[in-house]
Design a binder for this molecule. Structure first.
Ligand SMILES: Cc1cc2nc3c(=O)[nH]c(=O)nc-3n(C[C@H](O)[C@H](O)[C@H](O)COP(=O)(O)O)c2cc1C
Length: 242
């Protein structure tokens, strides 16, 4: 399939063929491809739980309110947002980027570029991701609004804004995963209809982790798991050429 065909093939499949197992290694490979998704500041604040054990599959499916997509899926992937990893990842990216610049930038530009990265990942990222009961976010928001009086400035810096930032990036990874799965001839269905507290408990997730999406995986059973024709609002209603 070419990309057009893959995107047309991918549907929210809500019932899977029990007779058709899927290859765990292929699913894992699709998750590796998912990490190639663009993501905010390359912070990669995501984690993927690839569930294959029958008991845990049953528990996750209960936590997804018993939706058929989950209860018939031979494997399930849970996409989790890990804002609590911001320090660790900022440090990792900074160390990588220092060497990256040494390997790939002209000699005379290296010192300045490394200094910029140190400022970005060493100071700015820890500042924008830091949390303290919403208070730090309020302070950042106030500061950003004052700066924006004098020059263009990113305003979405509250703790809740940063939550959206992290979830957006994780959702892009989830979409990349679903496209990669479709390319293998495998089906998926993104789910947010779930009990996040119970699911977090089932996966032993710490307080700082958040469920982004649950994605049951399998192979469609003819058209049984597909709810009819695809519905999209007319393209002209959402496309503005300016
Ligand atoms: C973030 C998100 C959450 C979703 N949650 C559910 C869900 O809980 N249950 C469900 O049956 N479908 C869920 N869906 C699937 C959508 O209903 C589906 O993608 C949409 O109807 C379009 O159909 P298509 O994917 O076949 O094009 C979700 C999709 C997204 C992107």
């Amino acid at each position: 399939m070419n990309l057009d065909e893959i995107l047309n093939y991918r549907r929210a499949v809500r019932a899977y063929d029990k007779e058709k197992p899927i290859d765990t290694e292929k699913v894992k490979h699709c998750l590796e491809l998912a990490t190639l998704a663009p993501n905010s500041s390359n912070m990669q604040l995501w984690e993927f739980y690839h569930i294959t054990q029958p008991e845990l599959l049953a528990e996750v499916s209960r936590d997804c309110l018993g939706q058929k997509a989950a209860s018939t899926a031979p494997q399930i992937v849970v996409f989790v947002v890990r804002r609590d990893w911001y320090r660790k990842h900022a440090q990792f990216v900074l160390e990588f980027e220092r060497e990256n610049i040494r390997r790939n930038s002209p000699k005379e530009r290296q010192a300045k570029r490394i200094k910029d990265r140190e400022l970005y990942y060493g100071t700015l990222m820890p500042f924008v991701y830091a949390r303290f009961f919403g208070i730090l976010g309020l302070f950042r928001k106030l500061l950003a609004n004052i700066i924006s009086i004098f020059r263009p400035m990113m305003l979405e810096v509250s703790e809740n804004d940063m939550r959206v930032v992290a979830h957006k990036s994780c959702a892009l990874a989830a979409q990349t995963f679903m496209i990669a799965m479709a390319n293998e001839g495998y089906d998926t269905c993104p789910l947010e209809g779930l009990d996040s507290r119970r699911l977090k408990r089932a996966l032993n997730l710490p307080h700082g982790a958040e469920i982004n999406m649950v994605i049951p995986c399998g192979i469609r059973n003819g058209n049984k798991g597909i709810w009819g024709e695809r519905c999209r609002v007319p393209f002209d209603e959402v496309y503005r050429k300016i």
